[in-house]
Design a protein around this ligand. Structure first.
Ligand SMILES: [Zn+2]
Length: 64
């Protein structure tokens, strides 16, 4: 397992999401590349509990 990240606002662990985005060729719909991956520091992150939005690098490591 990789490190556990928590929401910087409310400390939520389970309901924190990250996002990846894919580039598709507009005319064929074919996959071009994955421009942003879930483990990239600048991938968009959301907390479903308190509605915080930010980037993955803003998440803080959970205290075990
Ligand atoms: Zn939160």
């Amino acid at each position: 397992m990789s490190e556990i990240l928590a929401c910087p606002e409310c400390g939520e662990i389970k309901q924190v999401t990250t996002t990846f985005s894919q580039m598709l060729l507009v005319n064929s719909g074919r996959h071009y590349c994955t421009s942003m991956k879930t483990h990239d520091a600048d991938s968009p992150a959301n907390c479903l509990k308190c509605s915080w939005k930010g980037e993955r690098k803003d998440l803080k490591p959970a205290i075990k």
